[in-house]
Design a protein around this ligand. Structure first.
Ligand code: GLP
Length: 237
């Protein structure tokens, strides 16, 4: 695990966009794993400004709330369209996201898992991190879930993410998420964190101790992880 400490959010976003751009230049038909949350927004902006040709790229998003309509402004479908897909030339048929409106959520997870495997390994997986160490919506637990699954959001996640919803009751309490299997199977992983409220969980990554109660710690046994943080998120390292 390598740490890149940047001056600020902008520096973190630029560094992440540069890595992603390099991946696309070296492998135009690469498979990208994409994340949501406030942290990668700057990276998406930077990539859009680079005017890269993403027409051969395939994307898989990590997660989606459940249930949620894709027209809901807080859905990850809406987020991705707004912050990224509307600004770049990824082909619609190459974009893959878990469906928050699926009638049978378990079937949706199984189909998504199969689809990722059919495409092979993700070349570059972008991750944010929750305050509780979640990656995607792999929440703290006594064990890791390898496969795409339905996840019950923890109270801490509901409180943290409800800031985007008008009322806390509007926030779904479940999600569909890629499991740690596909994440760990990715060739390269770039994890982004910004702000002092992420400093404690970033510190946990430095301990090299895998603990399912802090899901991101599994990344410490992956051979190619780059953690890009701003000074505040790095303040306890
Ligand atoms: C959500 C997403 C995660 C993301 C996390 C952090 O819970 N499911 O993938 O990493 O939020 O969000 P933020 O970047 O807004 O702190």
């Amino acid at each position: 695990m390598r740490f890149i400490i940047c001056e600020d959010y902008e520096g973190m976003s630029k560094a992440a966009a540069d890595i992603l751009a390099a991946e696309v230049l070296l492998k135009p038909n690469c498979i990208l794993g994409l994340a949501t949350g406030s942290t990668p927004i700057g990276m998406y902006q930077e990539i859009a400004e680079k005017k890269l040709d993403l027409s051969h790229v395939t994307t898989f998003n990590l997660d989606e709330y459940y249930p949620i309509k894709s027209s809901n402004e807080e859905s990850y479908h809406y987020f991705m369209q707004e912050n990224f897909f509307s600004k770049v030339n990824v082909k619609k048929e190459n974009i893959h996201m878990l469906d928050g409106e699926a009638e049978d959520p378990q079937q949706e997870c199984d189909d998504y898992e199969r689809l990722i495997n059919k495409h092979g390994r993700i070349d570059l997986q972008v991750l944010g991190i929750g305050h509780n160490g979640h990656i995607g919506f792999n929440e703290p637990n006594s064990f890791f879930r390898a496969q795409t699954h339905i996840s019950n959001l923890t109270q801490r996640t509901i409180e943290a993410n409800s800031r985007f919803f008008e009322r806390i009751e509007d926030m779904p309490t479940k999600s569909l998420t890629m499991g740690v299997g596909s994440i760990m199977n990715s060739k390269t992983i770039v994890l982004l964190a910004s702000g002092k409220e992420k400093a404690a969980v970033i510190k946990e990554l430095q301990k090299n101790k895998v603990d399912p109660q802090i899901p991101a710690t599994i990344l410490t046994v992956h051979r190619d992880v780059i953690v890009i943080v701003d000074k505040e998120a790095a303040s306890l390292l």
